[in-house]
Structures are given as C-alpha cells and as structure tokens.
Unconditional design. Structure first.
Length: 251
C-alpha cells in the first residue's frame, strides 16, 4: 500500500527505482562486476570518478568496509563534492573542455585499468571527455548515468555525445530528468532527489558481483573490513601489504 505522506512517497519512489534497476539492469550489472574482476585478476587497478553530487557514489566505494580495497578515487580539484567555494564553481568546471585529459595525464591511471564514471545527466564536457580520453589510453570505462537525459537535454560536449555513448558498459539509473521524485500543489518546484540512493545501490551491486566473480575463479577478493570490529585493522593491513602497489589513497 502506498503512503500519502511525503516521506512515505519518497521511500515508495526510491524502492520502485531500485526494483526497476534490479530487474532491467541485471545483465549490465553482471557484466560490470565481471569487468572489475577481470581487471583485478589481470593486475589492473580500479578507479571511480564523479563530479558534484555524483562524487558521493564514487566516494562510497573507496576505502569502504566490505568493499574492494583496489577501488581508488580519481579526484578532479574543485569538482569532487561541494566543498569548493562558491559551490557553483564545481558545476562550471564540469563544462570546461580539456580538463579531463589533463587530469588523466597527471593520474596513475594506465592501460589495463578500469574507470567507473558517474554522471547523472552524462551531458557535461568533463564526464564525456573523461570517458573518451580514458578509452583512448587503453582503459575500460563503466558509465553510471540516466539514459533519459540523452533524449530530453542537449549535450554540452563538442562532439554532441553523452557519457552513455562513450563507455564499454553503461548502467542506467532510471532517474527522471531533473532528479526530483515528488511534487505538491503547495510547493512550487519538484523535490526529493533519489539519484544518490539508486546510484550507490547500483555500484554496491557491481562490487558484490565482482567479489563473487573473483571467488568463483579461486581468487580471494581483496576486501576491506571495518576498523571498528576486532581484527579489522590487522586484516586490512594484510590486504594493503599484498596490494599496496595498486592502492593510491594511502600515499
């Protein structure tokens, strides 16, 4: 039974989106998890990038209890989060041509690695160029985006393409254009975004798939444990020592 209160309506909307993603993106999630496992097994490194609020989902899979230790954050100064002042500068930087290539040139990303790029709209120059430049360098790219934006908005990249057009694997979050799930007659604008909930769930499903895929191959997944449980630090220390050359957030 649906709830008429805003909080209940938001939960209903988020649950509905999660069910759609579970059912409609299962094959792509499986492929993305297998690609991460392939990368780990072949000695490659894993990176995640997102700009603005899309960076929240990227950060959620880095140095995460229960997550893959090899997942590194590819940071672009000024666009990872809303800590830059003014916050609108981050949005402006997403539209700057050439920035992604410069970031990759100065990053540890190399051929054989896999990069997860999160961009809700997938229309700005930065995520599109990031995907194009990464693939040109021999890096596999997984894109997490709302495909709907490509039919209802205009690309801001010179090529006229979107993130979805520049990836090896695309995961569609099903988020509606505008990222607001609720409306009320008494509120002049739509509200209650669900993209962070859904995108984070997609990525955790991919990570779970990757861990299972590695185990199926006889490879112990390089997982982290919580530092707040007994033995967690010792466990993580062993993982860091074994995979240290592929972990960059400790340097």
């Amino acid at each position: 039974m649906s709830d008429s209160k805003p909080a209940g309506r938001f939960f209903d909307a988020a649950i509905g989106l999660l069910q759609r993603v579970r059912d409609e993106e299962a094959q792509n999630i499986e492929a993305a998890g297998a690609l991460l496992a392939d990368t780990v097994a072949s000695g490659g490194r894993l990176f995640a990038f997102g700009a603005g609020h899309s960076s929240l989902a990227a950060q959620d899979v880095v140095y995460r209890a229960g997550g893959l230790a090899l997942m590194n954050l590819l940071a672009v100064p000024g666009v990872v989060g809303v800590d830059v002042m003014p916050a609108t500068l981050g949005s402006a930087l997403e539209r700057v041509d050439g920035l992604a290539g410069a970031v990759l040139d100065c990053s540890p990303v190399r051929p054989g690695d896999t990069l997860v790029i999160i961009s809700l709209s997938g229309r700005n120059a930065l995520p599109v160029e990031m995907a194009m430049s990464a693939r040109a360098r021999g890096v596999k790219v997984i894109g997490v985006t709302s495909v709907a934006y490509a039919t209802e908005t205009t690309s801001r990249h010179l090529s006229g393409t979107y993130l979805k057009d520049r990836c090896d694997i695309v995961l569609d979050s099903k988020i509606a254009v505008g990222d607001a799930e609720l409306t009320l007659d008494t509120v002049p604008a739509p509200f209650a975004p669900a993209s962070t909930v859904v995108t984070s769930a997609i990525l955790q499903a991919v990570m779970a798939t990757a861990a299972s895929s590695l185990a199926d191959r006889g490879i112990e997944p390089p997982l982290l444990r919580s530092g707040n449980v007994d033995g967690g630090h010792d466990w993580n220390g062993r993982v860091f020592e074994e995979y240290g050359e592929r972990i960059f957030y400790r340097r």
